[in-house]
Design a protein around this ligand. Structure first.
Ligand code: S3P
Length: 423
């Protein structure tokens, strides 16, 4: 896809629903008693994979206008799936669902696409096996396809070596089925959507510092879930509004959960003019964001903020290339095990565009301020690479061609339409 140059971006945009929240609403709705109504559900390929998997286990999931209705089967009502559960490209579907499957008396197998088949599953196998489940990789060690034999779980106090909401959520969900309370302690706090939403559904979940603790066997009760707009999707338009001259964009209804809002903090530290309007709380905090052109400067992004912006690092790296001075990103080795190795895919694509960038073991160093030029880059089927570089393409000299650009359907099917509607 050839990206067209754009300038003077003005107008309003409403980004689609949050991916993390949408997955969880379907999963917890499936385990609840009654019908959960989900408003502003993200109709992206990843969340549709979650719907397909839970339908395969007997959950009735219907679309009613713009809402999704999930008729729960209760904690013990899921049926053994007739075949392999296909998680597509979605790590969240795989890892959260594994925690639920570990609590079932039936055996199941999860598989996914070629990217998901390379992603590490040892991080969930170890705690789930400590709880009493048996997880077996059917191909490459500790990767999908994964067979899960569940049941008879015991509660554990798990110290996770990685700050990962997928690992934390997986263990907490298995904890619903254990004979004792389960806790998860992370090195740094990751996104807390699971803890918040499980509490709404009636689970006994307590959080203290970087530890979350769950008591087993509540009755989960169906809820009305309003999904906020996805700050990870908003990030592309935040960057576009800041970097493009003489621009002003109002991004409506963006989730600003403090475990997800690192992108706002980093942008401000780089010199961004972003105003939060109409801040509200509907289960998750949300606001409208008014973004104006700003001249940005390089900073160091490291430490506890990393998990709060991990999915936004491709966009932050592109912003850093347009900013004055040097940006250092470190403590982000998790980038290597995302949909692609994002240290490699981001730095390769920046180099094609003429940026002086050095990949490191846990991040990258970007020398900003030189003009970026067009050329041809590959998203490597990673939605966040496609979108971050589409924004770069609207700002650089000369046309930028993105191979495999259509993968934006994973999290933001209307991305290109929204982008071109802004000028
Ligand atoms: C997610 C957690 C993060 C994030 C992913 C969604 C979630 O992954 O990168 O896009 O919904 O829990 P990790 O848990 O691997 O950090």
């Amino acid at each position: 896809m050839e990206i067209k140059k754009q300038s003077r971006l003005r107008g309003e945009i409403t980004v689609p629903g949050d991916k993390s929240v949408s997955h969880r609403a379907v999963m917890f709705g499936s385990l609840a008693e009654g019908t959960t109504r989900i408003t502003n559900f993200l109709q992206g390929a990843d969340c549709l994979s979650t719907i397909a998997c839970f339908r395969q286990m007997g959950t009735e999931i219907r679309q009613a206008g713009s809402e999704i209705l999930v008729t729960g089967k209760g904690l013990h009502g899921l049926l053994a799936p007739s075949g392999v559960l296909n998680a597509g490209n979605s790590g969240t579907t795989t890892r959260l669902m594994s925690g639920i499957l570990a609590g079932q008396s039936f055996e199941s197998v999860i598989d996914g696409d070629s990217s998901l088949r390379t992603r590490p599953m040892k991080r969930i196998r170890l705690p789930l096996e400590e709880m009493g489940a048996v997880l077996t990789s059917l191909d490459k060690a500790d990767c999908l396809p994964l067979r899960i034999r569940g049941g008879n779980l015991q509660g554990i106090d798990y110290h996770s070596p990685v700050a990962s909401a997928q690992v934390k959520s997986c263990v907490l969900l298995a904890g619903l089925y254990a004979d004792n309370p389960t806790s998860v302690t992370e090195p740094v706090l990751s996104r807390d959507h699971t803890e918040r939403m499980l509490r709404c559904f009636g689970a006994d979940v307590r959080s203290e510092g970087t530890t979350a603790r769950i008591c087993p066997e509540p009755v989960l009760r169906a809820q009305d879930i309003i999904v906020p707009g996805d700050i990870s999707s908003a990030a592309y338009f935040i960057a576009a509004g800041l970097l493009s001259p003489d621009s002003e964009i109002l991004i409506r209804n963006v989730g600003i959960n403090p475990t997800r809002d690192g992108i706002l903090r980093v942008c401000r530290q780089m010199g961004a003019d972003i105003e939060l309007i109409n801040v509200r709380n509907e289960g998750e905090p949300a606001a409208d964001l008014l973004v104006r052109s700003s001249s940005l400067h390089g900073i160091t992004v490291e430490g506890e903020i990393i998990p709060t912006l991990i999915d936004e690092i491709p966009m932050i790296a592109v912003m850093a290339a347009f900013a004055q001075g040097t940006t250092v990103i470190r403590d982000a080795a998790e980038l290597k095990v995302k949909e692609t190795d994002r240290i490699k895919t981001v730095t390769d694509a920046l180099q094609v565009m003429g940026v002086r960038v050095t990949p490191t073991q846990d991040g990258m160093i970007i020398e900003g301020g030189l003009p970026l030029h067009g050329g041809e880059i590959d998203s490597c089927l990673d939605h966040r690479i496609a979108m971050a570089f589409a924004i770069a393409g609207t700002l650089c000299d000369g046309p930028l061609n993105i191979r495999n650009a259509e993968c934006v359907n994973i999290s933001y099917p209307d991305f290109y339409t929204d982008l071109y509607a802004l000028s």
